[in-house]
Write a protein that binds this ligand. Sequence first.
Ligand code: GDP
Length: 440
Amino acid sequence: MFENLSEKLERAFKTLKGQGHITEINVAETLKDVRKALLDADVSYKVAKSFTDTVKEKALGQQVLTAVSPGQLMVKIVHDELAALMGAEQAEINLKGAPAVILIAGLQGSGKTTFSAKLANYLKTKKNRKVLLVAGDVYRPAAIEQLKVLGEQIGVKVFTIDEDKNPVNIARKAIAHAKEFDINTVIIDTAGRLAIDEQMMNEIAAVKQAVNPHETLFVVDSMTGQDAVNTAKAFNDRLDYDGVVLTKLDGDTRGGAALTIRSVVDKPVKFVGLGEKMDAIDVFYPSRMADRILGMGDIVSLVERAQEQFDEVEARKLQQKLAKDQFNFNDFVSQIKQIKKMGNVKDLLGMIPGMGKALKDVDIDDDAFKGIEAIIGSMTPFERENPSVLNGSRRKRIAMGSGVEIAEVNRLIKQFEDTRKMMKLVSGGGGKNALNAMRN
Ligand code: GDP
């Protein structure tokens, strides 16, 4: 995400490296590069110029603290301004209402239907809501079918009326249905067109007026850059929506839409789409996005995701096993499962500061653990429980069974033994022993 922009900004800050203090000259030079980086990311000239003007004012007005270098100070100022540009505060979705009605609008292909289902899944699993999805795209049977398939996948009911081609009627009936069945959240997916057209706008406006939603979200493909910003403006002029959803941020989007939309339409970005899968949705936090852009990683998101998946009972059991030196290959596999639950491995690693860039050209995918799992899968239950019995002939059999070289099996077993030794020291003998072990 935004790798180009990150790299260019980092290069811009290099100008200040080794400089004792901030001066009009070195600031001007750095900001010229920052502005160029923003323009290359498809941020409009007006926004880029006003951005660097603000940063300049702040930088020159600052007393340089002895504790931080001019470079660090500049990164901090740019970081805060990037966050401010994207909205500073995180904006919540409004779920007040019985049921809460959420209207989803956007062009065809923006990812509207996918997002409707992702949002339903998010609200169901993370906010404990009972959700009804409404297929309001009456023109494209394929769109209705798509929503039905996604609904089934996430276990959310999809409301459709085959014989009715009036989106206002469908929306009204869906809400009545929700009331009748105690469903507290209704998400209405509407029809989109490939480009903005009057009939589409009229239709969505009519649905909005008829059902008076608590939240109207505009979905836009972030890959479309400045077009995204223009579309956002056109929809806002007509619908006065409450928030923006930026989809496809997982692609090689340059970032312009994410950076500019807020300042152009004065509406917050509330969610981002990060892939085609149902859990590829994130709440948008301007400050964390600024962290990411500046290559500072997204530690907070990482920690939160880890906390969500962290199973305390399991962790305690594991600790006891470690202390008693009973950690075996079954525990190893369940640890891998825990990590996998947290999501795409490359995404996760990208959240660690400095990792995003390092991983740019590295091919890491969800299958990163496949080899390890195959090897462990070829062990007998007895071997998994008692790794010490893994002698030469057993290792050979395991290698054959999992289709890998015996060296790979040996490597895994060595890694496992090392991990076990290390963990035993950490959990049993305290930090001092572990430290000594690391030195040896
Ligand atoms: P709609 O016409 O606006 O309803 O768009 P769809 O929901 O059908 O999405 C259009 C295409 O974009 C589909 O192939 C989706 O799988 C894909 N898509 C949607 N959101 C994302 C996203 O966040 N990332 C990626 N990579 N693809 C997405």
